[in-house]
Design a protein around this ligand. Structure first.
Ligand SMILES: [Fe+2]
Ligand SMILES: [Fe+2]
Length: 259
């Protein structure tokens, strides 16, 4: 069973589809999850369960993987009630989650922006410039820098989940580079393509962080590290000097424009 603890949950589900049903009964939705980066041992760590429930879950998974080892199926007679208590984020982690809220407002507007791109008017160009500025200054310089330069330094970032996150950040930066070139060349088609791809990528990325990575990391942080993180985030905000109000006003205006 030990070798399966270090195997990707998506691979296990492909090999043993019944495992998805079992996880589902415990409120762990790995099947429809599009993130697909967790190992079986991560699942146990991420979805903190009572020890007896964790043991029961593992026994049931083991029954599916090694049916010859178990004479009686360990399935309970009624559906297990999943732990439904949502994770309460620490103050600094909540700062990152709140920043996601503003970024998600922009992501939600991208389809309308793409549909209405007009680089022949000043206002049309300004919308794209302001949108790219939000991505570069707020989402990348202020937010991703807090993740990469501060939060992740508290952990072993050679783990696969961090590599996925870094790769997303790199891909997002490449889309922005392309968008700037497209804007200069007035290439509406390529600009639409990169803006749309960025929107899809970031929406998935934020989901990975809000639902998997951040609750997990938050549980690993000691109280002293939480306090230290809060101080470092404050200092970083002051040093970077990005004003969120500027982007809130832009989004208010854009939401109003596109209904
Ligand atoms: Fe991120
Ligand atoms: Fe993030």
């Amino acid at each position: 069973m030990e070798s399966y603890r270090n195997k990707g949950i998506k691979d296990i589900i492909t090999e043993f589809p019944k495992v998805e049903e079992i996880l589902d009964e415990y409120g762990i939705g790995c099947g429809p999850c599009t993130v697909g980066i967790c190992l079986l041992k991560d699942i146990l760590d991420i979805h903190k369960m009572a020890p007896e429930k964790e043991q029961e879950l593992m026994a049931r998974i083991e029954t599916v993987i090694y049916p010859e080892r178990v004479e009686e199926p360990a399935a309970p007679t009624k559906t297990v009630q999943p732990d439904s208590v949502p994770h309460v984020f620490s103050a600094p982690m909540q700062v990152l989650v709140n920043e996601h809220v503003l970024i998600k407002r922009w992501l939600a507007l991208i389809p309308s922006v793409v549909e209405n791109i007009d680089l022949t008017t000043d206002v049309g160009v300004q919308i794209i410039e302001d949108g790219i500025d939000l991505i570069r200054s707020y989402a990348d310089r202020l937010h991703h820098a807090k993740e990469e330069d501060i939060l992740f330094t508290y952990f072993d970032d050679s783990e696969k989940i961090f590599q996925v996150i870094y790769e997303d950040h790199r891909t997002a930066r490449n889309h922005v580079k392309e968008m700037l070139t497209d804007l200069e060349r007035k290439d509406v088609s390529s600009l639409s393509k990169h803006l749309t791809a960025y929107g899809i990528l970031l929406a998935e990325h934020i989901k990975k962080e809000d639902e998997i990575l951040f609750p997990w990391l938050d549980r690993k942080l000691a109280d002293s590290q939480v306090a230290e993180l809060a101080e470092k985030f404050d200092l970083e905000d002051k040093q970077i000097g990005v004003d969120p109000k500027k982007y809130q006003s832009f989004l208010d205006w854009l939401e109003n424009r596109f209904g």
